[in-house]
Design a protein around this ligand. Structure first.
Ligand code: ARG
Ligand code: ZN
Length: 868
């Protein structure tokens, strides 16, 4: 069954008030609902009520206190239909559910004994019969009843009205004054401890902030609390958004399909996105906590106060909120590095998705299972679309437009189009063509060429745009692409003049045609173009750079992203030649020389940026540059180049490593930057078979006072081909030290699953039998199976095809318990068409073996679209 945007109809009924009572029993939970339902005045008259409901045991049903007998309603696996209902009535419904048997982690389930919920997108229908769609917004009251003494903490959305004990039962009553769709409902009951703090809003209200965890994790919440306070402050300063309820709660749970969930006033987090302590958490993970805490908090306005009309509009809240959290992170840390991380994700994953069978627009037209559409396209490309709008409008108008959006649509469920309309209204610009970014799938390609006329002092750029076909969309139109450029001369950026108008040294070209030429005047020398500055649009740029031009941009460009991008281009040229079996000595020489220069002068630049510039392009990204990529050739070229660079840059890498030793302590941005550069240097050095470097790593492993350094040493040793005994020792010591910390054990799994050499598949299979592995825990599945399939290119694409079949078999098994996770794990197999026939055939074979099985809707959608 396919759901289509074109079939959207307003709801026939509305639910003014939702009153829920949960009786938590060991083994089962009874849910009573009292729903105040009215006909929607905007709808054409329907006389029967169709509610959503799945896997529910109906105990009783009544309308206005009149019990309905079996003839009065009809139940199917997905719906409850009641015929001939009045204009306005109270529906009373009692259902029984089994949270302890809920392994899909959707609806009400138990994680390490604690009750928790995940209702987005369509999980509420597994709790009770309801109009489980985001355009039905209701005021919720929730009563939770449990045996006295069973749980210390019992939570739901909003304010706690009462908490009493009667007849051996604890009864807790919550009320959320803000109308919300069912996907934002949440309930938690468990034995938890709480870190409390507060925040004073810009209007002077004091908000109680609480982070709940299991007692063993109570020392790991301080960073999340600080991040929350920073996020609340930032949203007031940058968007004028103040928190609304008197209390904001966060709960950490072990078993969670995604990162976190923005339930109104009661965010539920995967432990991996909230817990942090310097001894056990890497800098990368600290930054993830800061970002996800902010993301969920920002949803309170972009998502909760203004929500989505239907799930095709998912990017309305996710794209906007990712853009907001990305700007927040850029303000808190290095802006250039944040941009580089965003772009790496877009290029390495989103462009790949766009080129595959699951390609879809930022606002899809249809889906079988909405859970499959929580994608990098909806989230990250969606954020890039909002970023383009923000850049087109400029900071003042963009702020006016978001103010208008939040005030005009407060309390409503709206569309992406409503958002763009606010941008249009404030700026007076026609964004008609720009709207195609929401409806047209695929990655636009810009082919750029240039010419210089010395006599006329004119430099022209010719831009051709083309978007390749995607499934179901063969014809593509020209998009409105903001292309930010600068021109570099021998002494730096040149002043730009177009049509007689001075445009400073950086300007945005509005590319709107399939073919367009821009002429720059008064250009005194043949310049080097700096293109797509700041990654001003999510497109691929093709321009034939000379090596000397790249060198100049790497050393001189004022845009940190562009310096990194020029370095990536240079590395890519070196690698492509190696992959194609061509001589690349000249290119390698330039690369080594420029890296030498940067490393020798490392104190002169942002260490975090230099660290990024040392990274070679990823395998996935390299593969995406080919019509038919050859996986072993790509892995081989990367390994060779890593070794070459390590050998040639030994002196510089080592002195950089040693020089940064003193700066690399504490959690300041400067210390984190120093650690990232230092550990990149160490990773390179470990590719050289030399006891001296292994000793360095072993010392760092033992002496480290923080997880970033300890883990970098472990990873360097395990991933180095010659470390042998040193690597084994470190692995054992690490497990011994951290076996009681689930999140660190996950890193221990991951470092083994991603080792780029040897018979990793066999080891991965052993890890699945390890005492610490748990196939029901999504973080463990991600640490072993997803890490192997997505981050171990050499291991996964082993020519035997065994790893492909292994993944398919695992997915079939996981699908029995957790369809959402199973479908997510499938992604690497869906890209079979990217690879040479030997590999493509084996990947398809694995997919076909899956298609022979009984599959969930989630996995079925991905498998069938991939084989089509
Ligand atoms: N809205 C959440 C976020 O991005 C994602 C939760 C979606 N969960 C799911 N199982 N589909 O912050
Ligand atoms: Zn989100």
């Amino acid at each position: 069954a396919v759901t289509r945007l074109a079939d959207y109809r307003v709801p026939e009924f509305l639910i003014e008030k939702t009153h829920l009572t949960f009786e938590l029993h060991e083994g089962y939970t009874d849910v009573s609902s009292r729903l105040t339902i009215t006909r929607n005045p905007q709808s054409t008259k329907a006389d029967h009520l169709v509610l959503h409901g799945e896997q529910l045991e109906l105990l009783s049903l009544a309308i206005d206190e009149q019990p309905l007998d079996a003839g009065g309603y009809q139940i199917t696996p997905h719906n409850l239909t009641i015929r001939n209902v009045p204009e306005q009535f109270v529906l009373h419904c009692k259902t029984r559910i089994y949270p302890e048997k809920n392994t899909a982690l959707e609806g009400l389930y138990r994680s390490s004994g604690m009750y928790c919920t995940q209702c987005e997108a369509e999980g509420f229908r597994k709790i009770t019969y309801y109009l489980d769609r985001p355009d039905v917004m209701s005021e919720f009251e929730t009563v939770i009843i449990a045996r006295e003494g069973t749980f210390s903490t019992i939570l739901s959305n909003g304010n706690c009205l009462s908490d009493t004990v009667r007849d051996g039962k604890r009864i807790v009553h919550w009320h959320d004054p803000f109308k919300k769709p069912s996907y934002l409902f949440a309930l938690v009951a468990g034995n938890l401890v709480c870190l409390e703090d507060s925040f004073i809003t810009q209007s002077g209200r004091q908000i109680l902030l609480q982070i709940y965890t299991e007692a063993k994790d109570s020392d790991k919440c301080h960073f999340a609390m600080q991040s929350l306070q920073k996020a609340m402050h930032w949203d007031e300063q940058v968007y004028g958004r103040e928190y609304d309820l008197d209390r904001f709660m966060i709960v950490a749970v072990d078993d969670f399909n995604m990162g976190a969930m923005e339930n109104k006033g009661l965010n539920i987090f995967n432990t991996s996105c909230v817990l942090a302590h310097p001894a056990s958490t890497t800098d990368t993970a600290f930054q993830r906590v800061e970002r996800v805490i902010a993301h969920e908090y920002f949803h309170n306005w972009s998502g909760n106060r203004v929500t989505c009309r239907d799930w095709f509009q998912l990017s309305l809240k996710e794209g906007l909120t990712v853009y907001r959290d990305s700007e927040f992170s850029a303000d808190m840390n290095s802006r250039a590095v944040k941009r580089i991380e965003d772009v790496s994700l877009i290029r390495g994953v989103q462009f790949v998705e766009d080129a595959g069978p699951m390609a879809h627009p930022v606002r899809p037209d249809s889906y079988m299972e909405i859970s499959n559409f929580y994608t990098v396209t909806i989230y990250e490309k969606g954020a890039e679309v909002v970023r383009m709008l923000a850049n087109i409008l400029g900071p003042e108008q963009y702020r006016q437009a978001t103010d208008l959006y939040f005030s005009h649509f407060d309390g409503q469920a709206v569309t992406c189009d409503d958002f763009v309309q606010c941008m249009e209204e404030v700026s007076g610009r026609d964004l008609c063509q720009f709207r195609l970014w929401y409806s047209q799938a695929g990655t636009p390609q810009l082919h750029i060429s240039d010419s210089y006329d010395a006599d006329r002092e004119q430099y022209s750029l010719t831009v051709r745009q083309h978007t390749p076909a995607t499934p179901g969309q063969t014809e593509k139109e020209a998009l409105h692409i903001p292309l930010k450029v600068a021109l570099y001369g021998s002494k730096g950026a040149l002043p730009l003049v177009i049509d007689g108008l001075a445009r400073g040294t950086e300007t945005v070209l509005d590319i709107c045609e399939a073919h367009q030429t821009i002429v720059f005047e008064q250009v005194a020398e043949n310049p080097v173009p700096s293109l797509l500055r700041g990654f001003s649009a999510p497109v691929r740029v093709f321009y034939d750079y000379q090596l000397t031009q790249l060198r100049q941009l790497i050393l001189l460009d004022s845009d940190g992203f562009c310096r990194w991008d020029a370095m990536q281009s240079l590395m890519r040229i070196v690698l492509s030649k190696a992959i194609d079996g061509e001589d690349n000595l000249a290119e390698q020489t330039v690369l080594i020389e420029v890296l030498k220069q940067l490393l020798a002068d490392h104190a002169a630049m942002d260490a975090a940026l230099l660290a990024c510039m040392l990274d070679l392009p990823g395998e996935q990204y390299l593969a995406s540059l080919y019509d038919k990529a050859n996986p072993p050739a790509i892995s081989w070229a990367l390994t060779q180049l890593q070794y070459r660079l390590a050998m040639q840059l030994q002196t510089e890498l080592l002195s950089c490593y040693q020089a940064l030793q003193d700066n690399a302590s504490g959690l300041s941005a400067r210390a984190m930057a120093a650690r990232s550069l230092r550990n990149r240097a160490l990773a390179y050095l470990l590719h050289i078979d030399d006891e001296y470097y292994r000793d360095l790593a072993q010392q760092q492993f033992i002496q480290a006072d923080n997880m970033t350094d300890q883990f970098a040493a472990l990873r360097g040793l395990v991933h180095a081909e010659h470390a042998g005994a040193a690597a084994q020792e470190a692995l054992q010591a690490f497990y011994r030290q951290w076996q009681h910390d689930a999140l660190v054990v996950n890193m221990w799994f991951q470092v083994q699953a991603t080792r780029p050499w040897g018979n990793v598949l066999q080891e991965v299979q052993q890890l699945l039998n390890h005492e610490a592995f748990d196939a029901c825990n999504p973080n463990k599945l991600r640490a072993v199976i997803a890490a192997f399939a997505n981050q171990n290119f050499a291991g996964f694409h082993d020519s035997s095809g065994k790893a492909y079949q292994f993944l398919a078999d695992q997915i079939a098994d996981i699908d029995q318990r957790n369809p959402q996770m199973a479908a997510r794990l499938l992604a690497p197999l869906t890209h079979w068409h990217q690879f040479i026939d030997e590999h493509a055939t084996l990947m398809r074979k694995a997919l076909e073996s899956l298609s022979q099985r009984e599959l969930s809707k989630d996995v079925y959608e991905v498998v069938s679209k991939s084989l089509n």
